[in-house]
Design a protein around this ligand. Structure first.
Ligand code: ZN
Length: 51
């Protein structure tokens, strides 16, 4: 079971989904503007809306 952290950029609105164990405690840089991103919430083993 893996938790997922969602990171969002307050500057350009980009977001990234990263495994919590890989991203927790790290500073995630925005791929678009390279500013620090902010962790939003955990996704607790809940399936995303299937297309
Ligand atoms: Zn950004």
């Amino acid at each position: 079971m893996s938790d997922t952290l969602w990171w969002s950029c307050a500057d350009c609105g980009s977001y990234a989904e990263l495994p919590a164990e890989e991203s927790e405690g790290f500073d995630i840089g925005c791929p678009d503007c390279r500013r620090p991103m902010t962790a939003q919430w955990f996704w607790e083993d809940r399936s995303p809306e299937a297309a």
